[in-house]
Ligand binder design. Structure first.
Ligand code: ADP
Ligand code: MG
Length: 202
């Protein structure tokens, strides 16, 4: 498929719209196991990214890098640098020739997820955004017929799987056992990011 700044902007604008629609949900989840700022953080950051004009960028990579830096400087909290690193590593793995195939997307998604792991030092089962992102990239690779749909579904399943988990990373981990029973806010916003990808990139 074509890989242009416009294609990536389409994805990230769809994500921003979904975040805005779900701001209250993200705030409420973070109120229960964090500090109630994940909705506001994500709205601020994704709105800033949606305001970037893809026509100002020579290629998808430079657009994605700017979007990543924008997330890092506007989202704040723990999630800002993590989302920013996801997109920055993804950007660095994008092919430079203006097209991308399924293997290329798989490499880029993997690089993004590895960036979150490197930066946050969390693992699967720690009740973080990784519990949506890791299953998503695994499903993307396992379902070549409809990879984006599979990734979005796996992210949603991964989000739901965080409900009984006890947090071992981030603010929610301060609650210990009391962090169980609520979906992780970052896994919830990550599932929205994959759902937007399935609608715009498939
Ligand atoms: P803060 O926790 O600083 O208030 P946010 O509320 O915006 O930041 O984001 C919280 C989310 O960040 C959590 O729900 C979790 O998904 C994610 N998160 C926190 N720490 C880590 C980490 N070390 N690795 C991966 N994700 C993390
Ligand atoms: Mg928070």
């Amino acid at each position: 498929m074509e890989l242009s700044p416009q294609v990536l902007a389409g994805w990230l604008r769809d994500f921003a719209a979904d975040i805005a629609t779900n701001e209250a949900l993200l705030t409420d989840l973070d109120r229960q196991i964090g500090d109630a700022d994940h909705g506001a953080n994500m709205v601020r950051g994704t709105k800033a990214v949606a305001g970037l004009d893809p026509a100002d960028f020579a290629d998808a990579r430079s657009f994605a890098k700017k979007a990543a830096m924008t997330l890092i400087s506007t989202v704040g909290g723990a999630s800002g640098p993590l989302y920013g690193t996801f997109l920055l590593r993804l950007a660095g793995a994008l092919p430079a020739d203006g097209t991308i195939d399924q293997a290329g997307w798989s490499t880029a998604l993997r690089a993004g997820v590895q960036g979150v792991i490197d930066r946050g030092k969390a693992a699967a089962g720690d009740k973080t955004m990784l519990d949506a992102l890791i299953p998503a990239v695994n499903a993307f690779e396992a379902e070549p017929e409809h990879p984006w749909q599979a990734a979005a579904e796996a992210a949603a399943t991964g989000r739901d799987a965080t409900i009984p988990m006890v947090a071992r990373k981030g603010r929610a981990s301060y609650l210990g056992q009391r962090s169980a029973g609520v979906a992780d806010p970052g896994a919830t916003s990550s599932a929205l990011m994959l759902a937007a990808a399935a609608r715009t990139l498939a």
